[in-house]
Design a protein around this ligand. Structure first.
Ligand code: ADP
Ligand code: MG
Length: 404
């Protein structure tokens, strides 16, 4: 007889095991037990961003990579127009009617309800489902579990297949959920990566035109390693919104002499130098980060395409210094992780990834140096911070998809 699931601390393995996840759904749902053939399993990945931080909402360039850590949901559509979704890890179930998800509750289910609301607004006809969710993607770590849960929810609400909208349209449905329901004024990078991911590739996105281009990660000798600082990404929306406001202030000041400037995307280093005397010093520093970070993304793509690993390493170092000194989004913990990593021979580059203030670094590492990096981080980081790090070697992976 199906019933509530007991919490399963080892649920992460189920994110990669669609058969086992479907079995949990049959344990939890009468609907699924009665109609096992109607079960679908969908998955959406997290991401790392190689370079281009806080450039997305400044309509610049980003270079994310969807990774082989993510969130999977097994579902069976129900006819009650209700979402009944259980987290395998905790056994907790969230229930709400599709046509009236109600207000935000400051709860994980907000990400599901927000997508139901945004899909409804977009005329995408979200459907109720019984589901179970398993994740091997750390939450609040800067690997974009929020985008993964949003995107996988869209697939679940579409009956376990791609939602009936072109993929860039889905990017905007997720943004609508974040802006209009969750109350976050985010850019589009995270859900873009979770939707458009491609195995073996990074994704160059121009956040103004929304043109994008897959960049092969062709060198089999280069591994991607995410190091989790163990300090949650304290993305107090205040700090994030403050950065956004400072970028807007820079645009407003520069537009007094260059009225066609509508975002920092339009600002060259020369224009910034000219405007600097009129800018508040902190605002100028924020703008300097964005203006040069955009150039670094373009340079990083060129370096990836020509296999120039030393150039990539320099760009990572410049980006990290800029995030620390100009944009103010690093932390002592992230700085320590970068410092430990860059001392290891074979580490090509290390920088924080994602919004900052905590979370993860991304490291480009010669494959034979991965064990040395892992050992150094696990040994030296706790001594320096009193925190426990986690080290994930990740693979560039496909975006949201059906697993079964
Ligand atoms: P990040 O996107 O960097 O992981 P966020 O703070 O943006 O961090 O999003 C984390 C939030 O997403 C969690 O607090 C939770 O509400 C939701 N979430 C992510 N993964 C899960 C999961 N496996 N189960 C339930 N909620 C999740
Ligand atoms: Mg997030």
């Amino acid at each position: 007889m199906p019933g509530p699931l007991a919490p399963d601390p080892d649920s992460a393995a189920l994110a990669r095991d669609p058969e086992a996840l479907a079995a949990r759904l049959r344990e939890a749902s009468h609907e699924a037990a009665a109609r096992p053939d109607a079960i679908r399993v969908v998955h959406a990945p997290g991401r790392v961003n190689l370079i281009g931080e806080h450039t997305d909402y400044n309509l610049g360039f980003v270079l994310p990579v969807a990774i082989d850590l993510g969130i999977s949901v097994a579902i069976v559509p129900n006819d009650e127009g209700e979402v009944r979704l259980t987290l395998v890890e905790t056994g907790e179930t969230a229930t709400f009617p599709i046509d009236d998800p109600g207000p935000k509750r400051n709860h994980w289910s907000d990400y599901v309800a927000g997508i139901a609301w945004a899909m409804g607004e977009a005329g995408l006809g979200p459907r109720g489902f019984d589901g179970v969710l398993a994740s091997d993607l750390p939450q609040g770590a800067g690997l974009s579990s929020s985008a993964a849960i949003s995107v996988v929810s869209a697939w679940a609400l579409a009956g376990g297949d791609a939602p009936p909208v072109e993929p860039m349209g889905l990017v905007h449905v997720v943004r609508r959920s974040e802006n209009g329901y969750i109350g976050l004024n985010n850019g589009i990078m995270d859900q873009f990566a979770s939707i458009f991911g491609r195995a073996g590739h990074a994704l160059l996105l121009d956040c103004r035109t929304e043109h994008h281009h897959d960049i092969p990660l062709a060198d089999p000798d280069v591994a991607l390693v995410a190091c989790h600082s163990g300090s949650p990404r304290k993305l107090e929306s205040s700090a994030y919104n403050e950065r956004r406001a400072q970028c807007d202030a820079a645009v407003a000041a520069i537009a007094t002499t260059d009225p066609w400037v509508t975002s920092l995307r339009d600002v060259t280093p020369e224009m910034l130098a000219e405007a600097r005397p009129r800018l508040d010093p902190v605002v100028a520093a924020r703008a300097e980060h964005i203006v040069f970070e955009n150039l670094r993304v373009v340079d990083a793509v060129a370096a990836l395409e020509s296999g120039d690993l030393p150039a990539l390493g320099r760009l990572f170092a410049e980006s990290q210094a800029s995030m620390r000194d100009l944009f103010g989004i690093s932390s002592p913990e992230l700085d320590a992780l970068v410092d430990i990593a860059t001392r290891i021979p074979g580490v090509i580059g290390a920088r924080l990834t994602g919004a900052g203030f905590g979370g993860c670094t991304i490291n480009l590492v010669h494959r034979d140096a991965v064990p040395a990096l892992r050992e150094a981080v696990l040994r030296d980081y706790p001594a320096r911070t009193d925190l426990t790090p986690r080290v994930f070697e990740v693979q560039a992976s496909d975006g949201a998809r059906r697993l079964a």
